[in-house]
Design a protein around this ligand. Sequence first.
Ligand code: HEM
Ligand SMILES: N[C@@H](CC(=O)c1ccccc1NC=O)C(=O)O
Length: 384
Amino acid sequence: MSTQEPSPPSDSPAPRRPTLYWEYIKVEELLALQSGLSDTDARLSNDEVMFIVVHQVDELWFKLVLRELVTVRDLFSQPHVPETALASAVRSLRRVVVLFSQLSNHFELMETLTTRDYLAFRDKLSPASGFQSAQLREIEVLLGLNDDERIPLGHEGSYQAALKHPGGEPSPALARLKARLDESVTLHSALNDWLYRTPIQGSTPDQTQDETVVDTFLNEYLQAVEREGKNFTVLAMRDALTPQDQERLQLRHERGMASARAFLHAEDVTAPMRPREKRLRAALVFIESYRELPLLSWPREVVDALVAMEQAMLVFRQRHARMVERVIGRRTGTGGSAGVDYLDQTALTYRVFKNLWAVRTLLLREEALPALRHAERYEVRVES
Ligand code: HEM
Ligand SMILES: N[C@@H](CC(=O)c1ccccc1NC=O)C(=O)O
């Protein structure tokens, strides 16, 4: 009698080979990547290997940020964005918030590098710089940062030129960035197209061209802002110490109202763009104000997650600038920039979702809001 195990039936699948951790994570390949300009990291100081590892980890976080933002951009670039998909968009944006928080936290590790120890290997880095981080550029382009909003940097004058080889040949990173620039839809433009279709005060999608819907809502809303502003000013003036203070408070209220009107009537954009911009801003005020309505609750979470994401990115820029100031002071960067001064300017001025931030100046307490019309049109409809 044969003691051999019966051979498996010929149509059964081959026995599965066990997955090996180091093969799946590619640990050996990964641990061989920290050599910098040397042939092995064994010749480098702990400081320089840490410097390289922090950059590599950060580029991997940028990779995850890009994946999540592409997913969200693609979702909002659909002609109809399913209500059931908004929760996943919020999850993706909240992951990006955590990723930028991790990126900011890594600068605490970088700050264990003393200035003198960094200067021990800094010279050989020039002209390399994080200014050549193509993935951060891709993230900025994908979000919707326009070229004319960028702060020029030193000698090469263009963030794209910084991605070329010394002889001027394009790099794979530049090719990826150009591909991103060639995409017609950014997250900002896709979000605006979605916002533009918001049913304000019960309007229907085919009424998006009807300016009376927006004008009526905005006029009612501005009257409510005026009432609230007046009440606040009366209380503040009652407590004012001098007539000059009272006059200052009254002037501040009048300026606030003028600014609110100018923003909601989109006086800052050219006349052809004004009706669209007014509807976008009215939609944001509407979503934020009537968020208890089932159809508006997830849209409000989307708006808030976008603001949280841009805040996390802004904090990353600021945190990088403070680390740079601690490590190299205010000297010129290896990339040719003014260093910290340049970085602080980017943190201060690079904003994509400007309207989402600006409307927060105008939001009102729930009791002061204009009456909602057609509440029944905001019930959740389960799409087949
Ligand atoms: C000792 C550590 C570091 C120093 C001294 C430093 C310094 C600088 C300076 C001076 C700039 C301005 C461009 C230039 O002239 O070079 C810059 C840009 C940049 N750095 Fe760093 N950096 C450090 C670490 C990092 C790390 C760990 C990251 C990882 C994410 C990073 C990412 C960037 C990026 C993305 C830019 C371009 C910023 C922009 O143009 O908006 N840097 N860095
Ligand atoms: N721009 C930095 C150099 C630097 O940080 C750097 C150099 C090479 C590769 C990545 C870098 N990180 C960020 O800029 C400096 O001025 O010291």
